[in-house]
Design a protein around this ligand. Structure first.
Ligand code: FPP
Length: 242
């Protein structure tokens, strides 16, 4: 199956909404936290596979600005899992030439997570392979709010004029400045929602939804999604064959 994947027509940027940890756990009589722990294993495998397949950017929706509404014990467990992942995975990321980056309101995360994140980003900063972009305390609308706030001061001071603002200007003020827009968005566990993920960047993203729950998501599932993507005809608002 994988042999025919090839290097042409690969998505440059894959984004994933990793959903279904809770349902996976419930169906096994386990706690939701156990589901997230199992999900971290899928993260490891997906990162490795994306690196090996030659994907440029992988953005994972690890924690949204809305996720603070979850029970405190679950939020704490997710923060702990993130720290453990960051600490435990650095050597593997280095070995696989993966560069780590985080997007979201990073300043709003617990100090311990911020410290681990800074350490892991610095340790992998020189890597030239896959860029692993972790969306943590991320919201698409929050990201736009932050971009508008950044633009407000230069507008007020007259350093830029309203008519100078175009789509590129907005893009340069997003957390993803400098990155290509996602070509493929994968959402696991069947829900057909964007859930406030990459709202601006996803304008022309191909969406692939699988019923597979995130803790069950493995390399063959990723390859299947990429193959489906390769069959899509992207027109970006134009017409066929243009
Ligand atoms: C959604 O499943 C998943 C999350 C809110 C958290 C995602 C976190 C991980 C996969 C593990 C840690 C991440 C890293 C990067 C190591 P859900 O809980 O909403 O599932 P449900 O819809 O079945 O309840």
């Amino acid at each position: 199956m994988e042999a025919s994947l090839g290097q042409t027509g690969l998505p440059r940027h894959i984004a994933i909404i990793m959903d279904g940890n809770g349902r996976w756990a419930k169906s096994r009589g386990l706690t939701r936290i156990a589901g997230h722990r199992a999900g971290a294993e899928s993260v490891r495998e997906t990162v490795r596979a994306c690196g090996e397949l030659g994907i440029g950017v992988l953005t994972l929706y690890a924690f949204s600005v809305e996720n603070w509404r979850r029970p405190e014990a679950e939020v704490n467990a997710l923060m702990l899992l993130l720290r453990q992942y960051l600490r435990g995975e650095v050597s593997e990321l280095k070995k696989n030439n993966v560069r780590l980056n985080a997007i979201g309101r990073i300043g709003g995360l617990p100090k311990t997570v911020r410290a681990e994140l800074a350490r892991a980003c610095a340790a992998t900063a020189g890597n030239t392979g896959l860029l692993l972009n972790l969306a943590i305390n991320y919201g698409g609308r929050t990201e736009l709010v932050d971009a508008f706030r950044q633009l407000a001061a230069p507008l007020r001071d007259g350093r830029i004029r309203p008519e100078d603002i175009d789509e590129e200007t907005i893009g340069q003020h997003l957390y993803t400045a400098g990155l290509p827009d996602p070509d493929l968005l994968i959402r696991t566990s069947g829900e057909m929602r964007l859930s406030n993920f990459l709202l601006w960047q996803g304008a022309y993203t191909e969406i692939y939804v699988t019923d597979t729950l995130w803790p069950d998501f493995r390399r063959p599932d990723l390859v299947k999604a990429i193959k489906e993507f390769q069959k899509r005809e992207r027109r970006f608002g134009g017409v066929k064959g243009q």
